[in-house]
Design a protein around this ligand. Structure first.
Ligand code: UT7
Length: 325
């Protein structure tokens, strides 16, 4: 018996040119490089230029992933793009990427699960492949969170950055066991009772404005460590694997302290955790594909290794995806 697997065959990323070190915030905020570094692990982040849109970042990441896979745009059947900072209310940012890269067939749509968006997008893409609705899916996480910051709120505006990452998945026959390459397990969760711990105070049907991000940081922190470990363990358990089987944890990059505590709960040493938060800040749905692409460039992740990705964000929404690279 064979099983269809969604196998990663290309990866790419893009970061806007402008690098903003922690020290820049001290020009107008009561903050310090020391506070930001010690509380979050963040040293710098990238901000999109004026007029540079989420789709512009996504297009660059998509083209790099196509080149990495050695594919042409029309080799892709679907684009699933995770973002909470779309170019416009509609059409989807995914269709703007589809048009810009010259993909004239298939379909494209956005997924919105905030910082957990890439886990939700990967799970959707995996389902499309397993259900034979698409043979190759480009999964993108792309964000311009600098556009929804309250620049007077030192508790949030120092934490986020802009960027994009993309992974191309291809349907390949596997044997059905965990030695197969591809997505082996997905675990998704959300709990709307926590809507108010992390949200944007505007929107189409409420205020007709974009709004700015509001977060109860400590509250989110507490949920994060517990829920990330729970979902990661759930994904492993679905296929009978354990923490010692994992080659790399590729976590959502929000806070180095959350990353370390979650790794400790999972009993995975930090040598096996991909960390990019110091250079990117929290790029929401883009953080995991960015980390994957950077880790590949660094020579950290290699074909055949077992990768455990996990993320949590507004909703609250959280999830994990287990991938044999
Ligand atoms: O990606 C979506 C998920 N989001 C997250 O995972 C974020 C989760 N939360 C966090 O990462 C952390 O809670 C933060 C980094 C946001 C904050 O770290 P914390 O250790 O929880 O700090 P805190 O909120 O308890 O604040 C400690 C102190 C406060 O002062 P007082 O009340 O003790 O006098 C804050 O006002 O630090 C103060 N503070 C700052 N000081 C300098 C808050 N922001 C800053 C700042 N610079 N930027």
């Amino acid at each position: 018996m064979t099983t269809l697997r969604a196998v990663p065959i290309g990866v790419g990323h893009y970061l806007p040119d402008r690098v903003v070190p922690n020290s820049e915030f001290m020009d107008w905020l009561d903050t310090s490089d020391e506070w930001i570094k010690s509380r979050s692990g963040i040293e710098r982040r990238h901000f999109a230029a004026k007029g540079q849109l989420t789709s512009d970042l996504a297009i660059q990441a998509a083209n790099m992933a196509l080149a990495d896979a050695g594919l042409q745009p029309n080799d892709i059947d679907a684009i699933v793009l995770a973002t909470s900072t779309p170019d416009q209310t509609f059409p989807s940012t995914a269709t703007k990427v589809q048009q810009a890269i010259g993909m004239t067939q298939g379909f494209a749509f956005d997924v919105q699960a905030v910082c957990a968006g890439f886990a939700f997008a990967l799970t959707n893409a995996n389902a499309l492949i397993v259900a034979q609705q698409a043979k190759r899916v480009m999964v993108i996480g792309a964000e311009t969170f600098s556009r929804i910051m309250n620049w007077e709120d030192r508790t949030t505006c120092v934490l986020f950055g802009d960027g994009a990452g993309a992974v191309i998945l291809e349907a390949q026959e596997g044997t059905g066991d965990t030695s197969d390459r591809g997505i082996l397990a997905c675990d998704l969760n959300s709990d709307g009772r926590y809507n108010d711990v992390l949200y944007v105070d505007g929107g189409v049907s409420s205020t007709q404005t974009t709004g700015v991000l509001v977060m109860q940081g400590q509250e989110v922190f507490k949920h994060a460590v517990q829920k990330l470990a729970q979902t990661a363990n759930a994904a492993l358990a679905k296929v009978g694997l354990g923490h010692s089987d994992v080659d790399w944890v590729v976590p959502h990059q929000a806070n180095l302290r959350i990353i370390k505590r979650t790794a400790a709960k999972l009993e995975v040493p930090m040598e096996k955790v991909v960390v990019t938060v110091q250079d990117h800040g929290n790029t929401s749905a883009a953080s995991i594909p960015l980390a994957l692409s950077v880790a590949k460039q660094r020579g950290q992740i290699k074909k055949g290794q077992l990768l455990l990705t996990e993320a949590i964000g507004g909703g609250l929404s959280w999830g994990a995806v287990l991938i044999r690279w």
